[in-house]
Design a protein. Structure first.
Ligand code: GAL
Length: 641
């Protein structure tokens, strides 16, 4: 399959006279895909029941006639103003009890039945009208679920939905739910929190001090299920009318809903990649590193998401939005170094992306995103990103296609674990995502390619090494699948430490088959109190006291066990810093027959089925094992056989 590129276009923002010229230029520069429609509800239905689809017909026809393929977005992330009049209670309510308002986007509550019916209606109309349109080659549901902190809502609609969800989760013989089962599961005898009816239960906000972690975790699960159900409603409608694949555009570091659950209803997982915004806004890195990569982004962050979403999409990955120049939303928004747009695009391809679409075609002269670059300037002249998009288009034509391939190392990623970490971090800054990311970064710095797997994986046979950091909930089936996999397995820290109801299990964790290790107690560490390991590096943030007869492989400087093993099964009882992770995991890799390197910051390698890509995010050339990798560039070579 040929990789493709594309762009995000808003015909409703521009006079009709411009559409044909835009379409011709898109085709001329080598774009294949154009995403349209995802925010256009007020133009599709300016008043309730008053439809204006002709302009979209014409826009799709114009793009298609120019040889382009359309990704049609459902407009449900931006309900028009009249919708709010019709459903005044459709807004989400934040943790402080404040109702969110109209005037930007994502102003809806996933639990609001009235709004769900409106979404069903508009998506049905779109699917009926465009489901067999030859130019519509793919669909996108809504836009960036969770963006602007919109998964959790403490509204009356959410309260009602949560109660219904709880009745089903704690079922009784009738359909009413078993409130005693809930009281027991949550441990509500503590602080006299017992309920006598599901209707007494509120969302867990505005409590005097912290709410019960079981209550919070269940509320997060409920909220996550609402996102999946919202999405499923749309995919079912679209599928009834269209054979084109359905995608959603996920975000960078968004963990408030289970993306695997949403992905189960999609054909493609896509995500929106803004490397410079992410580095400035999301990553906690030292100031010198941030400065050094301010115009390039972090060399592991995009790769991590490509690998994660490849799993969410059952192997089918797209980048639905790719930063082509400065964005508008991070604390600071520099321009990328020349060459980065091309590098990001090829990096996505090397990680399996089928298509990369640049956001957006032309910089908007009005409204919230005036300061967000596009491929074109507002006056339609080329912006700097355009030359690189054109270069990629030429390269796709000339170079061989990228083969897919399985990595030798896998990391499990579990959104439900994140819900528990967020509910009960135990120390400021202890965040499941960053624990997994640190593990990923350490492995990547040693030149390894990685697959990320969902937590319900059972077959690990093809992996030399499997890592399961931070999996708070581990069903016995997963424990035994890992223990019997034949791979080198590293479980922990903080693994299997809560049951599904967020209670500490007895026997104490991790309770792994065939391994004599018990986490006797845990502590969180202040940032200024790392605990050095005997062999170098340190435990930071989190440390467990391990007991039992398993073989001790690593200890703290005072001799307390940190890593223990029984055959190929390992338990790690600490959050290790990068030097310790590289050392410890490096040794395990080599023992499992995996070659390791010591790559400089910014230089990373990715193997596909047939090739080896070397990417250099750094602004200087690097020599790795005799191979020169140019600054802000990449090298593509055949994989040694
Ligand atoms: C994304 C969003 C786009 C646009 C973009 C700006 O989060 O999906 O609609 O706002 O950010 O960078």
């Amino acid at each position: 399959m040929r990789r493709t590129i594309g762009t995000c276009y808003y015909p409703e923002h521009w006079p009709r006279e411009m559409w044909a010229r835009d379409a011709a230029r898109m085709a001329e520069v080598g774009l294949t895909w154009v995403r349209v429609g995802e925010f256009a509800w007020s133009r599709l239905e300016p008043a309730p029941g008053e439809y204006r689809f002709e302009w979209l017909d014409e826009a799709i026809e114009t793009l298609g006639a120019a040889g382009l393929k359309v990704v049609l977005g459902t407009p449900t992330a931006t309900p028009p103003r009249w919708m709010a009049k019709r459903h005044p209670d459709m807004f989400a309510v934040d943790r402080e009890g404040r109702t969110r308002g109209f005037g930007s986007r994502r102003h809806y509550d996933f639990s609001h039945e009235g709004y769900l019916r409106e979404c069903t209606r508009i998506v049905t109309l779109l699917a009926e009208r465009y489901g067999r349109n030859p130019y519509v080659g793919a669909w996108q549901t809504d836009n960036e679920y969770g963006c602007h902190d919109t998964v959790l809502s403490y509204s009356p609609a959410a309260r009602e939905g949560f109660r219904r969800w709880l009745r089903a989760r704690y079922p009784s013989a009738g359909n009413d739910g078993d409130i005693d089962a809930l009281n027991t599961a949550w441990g509500n005898v503590f602080w006299s929190m017992e309920y006598s009816d599901f209707d007494e239960i509120e969302p867990p906000n505005l409590t005097v001090t912290e709410p019960n972690p079981s209550h919070v975790t269940d509320f997060r699960r409920y909220s996550s299920d609402q996102v999946a159900a919202f999405n499923r409603r749309q995919t079912e409608i679209i599928r009834a009318h269209s054979d084109a694949p359905i995608a959603h555009n996920f975000m960078g570091k968004e963990t408030r809903f289970d993306h695997f659950a949403v992905g189960a209803d999609l054909d493609i997982a896509s995500w929106d990649s803004y490397p410079l915004g992410f580095l400035d806004q999301k990553l906690d890195v030292d100031p010198a590193y941030r400065r050094r990569f301010a115009r390039q982004g972090d060399a592991d962050f995009q790769a991590f998401h490509h690998d994660l979403y490849r799993a969410v999409g059952h192997g089918r990955l797209w980048v639905m939005e790719q930063q082509p120049g400065p964005v508008n939303w991070a604390p600071f928004n520099p321009a990328p170094l020349e060459g980065m747009v091309r590098l990001w695009t090829w990096e996505a391809f090397a990680h399996g992306a089928e298509a990369v679409l640049y956001f957006r075609w032309r910089q908007a002269p009005m409204a919230q995103e005036q300061m967000h670059a596009g491929l074109l300037r507002p006056d339609s002249a080329d912006a700097p990103g355009m030359a690189e998009a054109m270069q990629v288009a030429r390269e796709i034509e000339e170079a061989p296609d990228v083969a897919s391939g399985r990595a030798p190392v896998a990391i499990l990623f579990d959104y439900d674990a994140d819900f528990s970490w967020t509910t009960q971090p135990h120390g400021r800054g202890l965040d499941y995502f960053w624990l997994v990311f640190d593990t990923y970064r350490a492995l990547r710095s040693m030149g390894l390619s990685i697959d990320i797997l969902p937590p319900d994986s059972i077959d690990f046979r093809d992996y030399r090494m499997v890592l399961a950091p931070g999996l708070v909930h581990m069903p016995d089936s997963l424990k035994s699948a890992l223990a019997n996999s034949g791979s080198t397995v590293v479980i922990g820290p903080r693994a299997a430490c809560r049951d599904a109801s967020m209670r500490i299990p007895v026997p104490l964790p991790p309770d792994l088959p065939g391994m004599d290790v018990t986490v006797a107690s845990v502590e969180s560490l202040r940032p200024d109190m790392p605990v050095p390991l005997a062999g170098g590096g340190a435990a930071t943030g989190w440390l467990e006291r391990l007991e039992g007869g398993a073989t001790v492989l690593e200890t703290t400087h005072t001799g307390a066990p940190v890593l223990v093993a029984e055959g190929k099964l390992h338990y790690l009882g600490a959050w290790l810093d990068q030097p310790a992770l590289r050392r410890v995991l490096g040794e395990l890799c080599r023992a499992s027959g995996l070659e390791t390197l010591d790559l400089p910051d910014g230089v990373r390698r990715r193997d596909t089925g047939t090739e080896r890509f070397w990417f250099n995010y750094d602004n200087e050339d690097h020599l790795v094992g005799g191979l020169a990798i140019p600054a802000v560039g990449f090298v593509r070579e055949e994989l040694p056989r």
